[in-house]
Design a protein around this ligand. Structure first.
Ligand code: EUG
Length: 619
């Protein structure tokens, strides 16, 4: 088949490839790759394509502008996207489109990709974009899987792939427990570098999968699973290229000669960092990150609970333990359906019917697995020397056993490739690749997340669970809820796994997501992060006081990016030139990712004697 060529090459490795796998995971990555391609039937559309040209510029002008960019950045560092779109897989992911697209695969595509090697070149690219009014979309590494991957929101944007050539670890400070990284440093690479230096007293915090960019994940406010799991809270200091080409350093970085950029995040005056997370206000080219001290010991624990109704009392038990840090890390409470899928086998091995997989099938599958049957599985970790752990573990044990049928799983009874050990590594800051496995649940498996935030409360957990379950059942989708428990809130992560070669299933997934977002918002719940396709809808749910927050965001956008060139539409923030022209993607707009042209840029407006009132005002 046409994807055979893709499957045949080996897995790229660190340090030769910045986005590669570390040696200790190579065998696992090879197996994961085999599983992904075993389940693949989607052919590559074998056609040559003219590059998509972004709206607001003529094709010839666009091609001339790209030629100019090649002179500036180097011929080999500007690639026109005119080849067939290859989805690849996690370790060999495309930077031209969303490898897990829920739309037609030609919707969220780049026209070209440019690879800067320095902050100065990023500034050059930004100035070029302003000159030619070309939308650019920066990615660190493009592994924002489940949220759009590497794809730009505006079709035909020029993707600025920062990571390929800007992938240096600029500093690891073993006394202050901090580091300074560029966008192309993955959690794998940071972990590897720390081991290489023999700094065993330094821990990093990693998400479920370690291939993502430390900067990319942090500025999208991603989460890991040690006590340093709130990545944004743990960063200190940014270097940012603004949409008009200036470069700033935030916090102490603004003080020449400082030695506190990575230890005191706030500096003096307004704390600007926030506006550079989940936004389109700047391109982060350096970021400081705090590192955790090795706690001197750690011990994972796993409890299972038999019934769906155990969720509410369990949350009431978890909340005080978590807030008082007896439960120390961002733990996961996972539903049995996802536990079964995490074995990595396709759903067809368990069930051949359509519609959601029946509970008795899931429970039978769970019963035959090493962990045994359950409905909820809690994965946590205690940190510190043995006597300190023993104290915390005893408190947790006494509380969790108040749920009838609670069972503590003995790790000695589990085989080495059991999911438990992946959670164990991740909670100890060791990046893994295991989490990919449940994506094989569907052929041509892809995933997209619904990620609402709630307090750690039984009533909230139950309401969100019931909402998700009802809508998944209605659309015939298997329900994979996992609660990631932060300090005073939870991110409920519901990943919908779908066959990305099945238009009907993609539409069902999208409809289900749109219903969940609307219904959750009506109940007072909002998403902490979302996919490109859902950003307008999610942003519109944060509407208090007549959309006051979005009006403020737009004011900032227009002030910082008057030509509207930087990641238009990201997180629902549209520059003035795009507003009122149907660029928003909503249920009503269907699957079209493009709007009806762009307005004149401010300077052009004056030059051409046009007035702002002539185009569509903001509604
Ligand atoms: C996961 C966790 C996330 C997220 C997407 C996926 C992991 C799934 C805590 O945040 O946003 C098992």
């Amino acid at each position: 088949m046409s994807f055979a060529g893709e499957a045949s090459s080996d897995v790229p490795t660190l340090p030769g490839t910045h986005s590669g796998i570390p040696a200790y995971l190579l065998e696992k990555a090879r197996n994961a790759k085999g599983d992904v391609f075993d389940g693949r039937t989607k052919p590559i559309k074998d056609r040559q394509r003219l590059p998509v040209v972004p709206q607001g510029i003529e094709r010839d002008d666009f091609l001339a502008a790209l030629a100019e960019l090649k002179v500036q950045i180097g011929n080999e560092n500007v690639e026109i996207n005119d080849k067939p779109l290859k989805d690849g897989w996690y370790m060999e992911h495309p930077n031209t489109h969303d490898m897990m697209t829920i739309l037609d695969e030609e919707e969220l595509v780049a026209s070209a990709v440019v690879y800067p090697s320095s902050t100065e070149e990023v500034q050059d690219i930004v100035k070029w974009a302003n000159k030619h009014r070309v939308p650019i979309f920066p990615i660190s590494m493009g592994r924002n899987l489940g949220y759009g991957g590497a794809a730009p929101r505006v079709r035909g944007s020029v993707t600025v792939d920062l990571g390929k050539r800007m992938n240096k670890i600029l500093d690891i400070n073993p006394e202050d427990y901090t580091c300074l990284v560029e966008p192309g440093v993955s959690f794998y690479a940071l972990y590897d570098a720390i081991q290489e230096k023999g700094y065993h007293h330094l821990w990093i915090d990693t998400p479920d999968l370690g291939g993502g960019s430390v900067i990319g994940n942090t500025v999208d406010r991603g989460v890991g699973y040690t006590p340093y799991g709130d990545h944004w809270a743990c960063h200190s200091g940014l270097e940012v290229v603004l949409p008009t080409g200036e470069v700033i350093r935030t916090g102490m970085g603004a003080l020449p000669g400082n030695n506190t950029w990575q230890s005191f995040p706030y500096g003096f005056g307004p704390y600007s960092d926030g506006i550079f997370s989940q936004s389109n206000y700047g391109i982060v080219t350096k970021m400081g990150m705090t590192l955790m001290p090795n706690p001197g010991g750690y011990e994972s624990f796993m409890y299972t609970f038999p019934n769906e109704e155990d969720l509410a009392p369990l949350m009431e038990i978890i909340r005080p333990l978590r807030i008082s840090m007896i439960l120390e890390n961002v733990a996961q409470l996972r539903h049995v359906t996802q536990s079964v899928a995490a074995r990595g086998l396709p759903r067809s091995q368990f069930y051949s019917g359509t519609g959601p997989i029946p509970p008795d099938v899931i429970h039978a599958a769970a019963a035959s697995a090493p962990v045994g049957d359950h409905t909820w599985a809690y994965y946590g970790m205690a940190y510190g020397p043995a006597h300190i752990r023993a104290h915390k573990l005893a408190l947790v044990d006494a509380e969790f056993r108040k749920i009838a049928g609670a069972r503590k799983v003995d790790p000695a009874t589990l085989p080495a490739d059991e999911y438990y050990f992946s959670r164990d590594r991740v909670a100890a800051g060791v990046p893994d690749i295991h989490e990919l496995r449940w994506v094989n649940w569907a052929p041509n498996g892809a995933h997209i997340a619904f990620s609402p935030v709630s307090p750690i409360r039984g009533t909230d957990a139950t309401r969100l669970f019931a909402l998700g379950k009802r809508l998944h059942d209605a659309y015939g989708i298997d329900f994979f809820p996992a609660f990631c428990v932060g300090l005073r809130e939870m991110h409920l992560i519901v990943e919908i796994v779908f066959d990305r070669d099945d238009a009907e299933r993609k539409q069902a997934a999208l409809d289900c997501l749109r219903d969940m977002i609307d219904e959750a918002a009506a109940m007072g719940y909002g998403e902490y992060r979302t996919h490109l396709v859902l950003m307008d809808q999610v942003a519109a749910t944060y509407s208090w006081n007549d959309n006051a927050l979005m009006k403020f965001n737009e004011k900032l956008k227009d002030a910082l990016d008057p030509n509207g060139i930087l990641a238009p539409g990201r997180c629902g923030i549209w520059p003035k030139r795009y507003r009122g022209r149907g660029w928003e993607m909503t249920r009503e707009s269907g699957a079209a990712s493009e709007g009806d042209g762009v307005g004149p840029a401010p300077e052009a407006k004056c030059d051409q004697g046009e007035f702002s009132g002539a185009s569509h005002p903001y509604p």
